[in-house]
Design a protein around this ligand. Structure first.
Ligand code: HPA
Length: 236
């Protein structure tokens, strides 16, 4: 047990898929994993451990934002000896260069967040993916015939803001899309010497207000879920 996860020692796999939403974690467990066990439901943040093609994988939720994923990823790495965390999530595109349903493998996360500086003394506003998970995802996408874009993304603390347009930190680091978690995941992994990747599906195009509707979402996210699982089993 850790402060926020009630799984027993040994109940979490070495590789963990981390969507933001607990119900998305349940969806992955119900639709892709065998021999599934619910190993934690503290705060209704579900963690399920099962097997995918015979290999043990855990899928659980990170919650929303850098502080929340900062807590869960730290406890997974340090209390459950997890080697690799793959965040699977959605992002908004800052320009029409990206299209709805595009798949993104995050190269670098840039943020105005003070998380990395105050947690670990990591200076600067950009942190790259950590370890080999990014390369494994890239290779697995090629094998599966999936198109995936390597992008820098903006991990924002803000969903609603007064000023329109692309924030400065996103321009500075050439980020075409925004989400809210990769920066602190990469910061924790960097500090602890662990493996971390972030796979995203573009769910909205900010300048045109196009978005994937709620009922399209589950189906829209299937390629990302399958790519994450196919990549995860190469790591364990
Ligand atoms: N902003 C932040 N995070 C997001 C967005 C967005 O527009 N879309 C999906 N995740």
């Amino acid at each position: 047990m850790s402060v926020h996860i009630s799984a027993k020692p040994g109940e979490i796999a070495k590789v963990v898929l981390l969507p933001g939403d607990p119900l998305r974690a349940k969806y992955v467990a119900d639709n892709f994993l065998q021999d599934v066990k619910l190993v934690s439901s503290t705060r209704n943040i579900y963690y399920f451990t099962g097997t995918y093609k015979g290999k043990e994988v855990t899928v659980g939720a990170s919650g929303m934002g850098c502080p929340s994923i900062g807590i869960y990823s730290y406890e997974l790495y340090t209390e459950y000896a997890v080697d690799c965390i793959m965040r699977i999530g959605t992002c908004g595109a800052y320009s029409t260069e990206l299209k709805l349903f595009d798949l993104i493998n995050v190269d670098v996360a840039a943020s105005e967040s003070t998380f990395a500086k105050y947690a670990w003394g990591i200076e600067g506003s950009a942190i790259p993916h950590q370890g080999n998970a990014f390369d494994i995802i890239k290779q697995t996408a090629v094998e599966k015939g999936l198109t995936i874009k390597n992008e820098n993304i903006h991990s924002s603390d803000i969903f609603y803001r007064a000023a329109p347009g692309t924030p400065e930190v996103a321009k500075e680091h050439h980020c075409n899309a925004v989400e809210m978690e990769a920066f602190s995941l990469f910061a924790n992994a960097k500090h602890l010497g662990k493996n971390a990747a972030t796979l995203l599906t573009v769910s909205d195009i900010i300048p045109t207000h196009e978005f994937i509707s709620a009922d399209q979402r589950e189906k829209a996210l299937l390629p990302m879920m399958e790519l994450a699982l196919e990549s995860a089993i190469k790591i364990v």
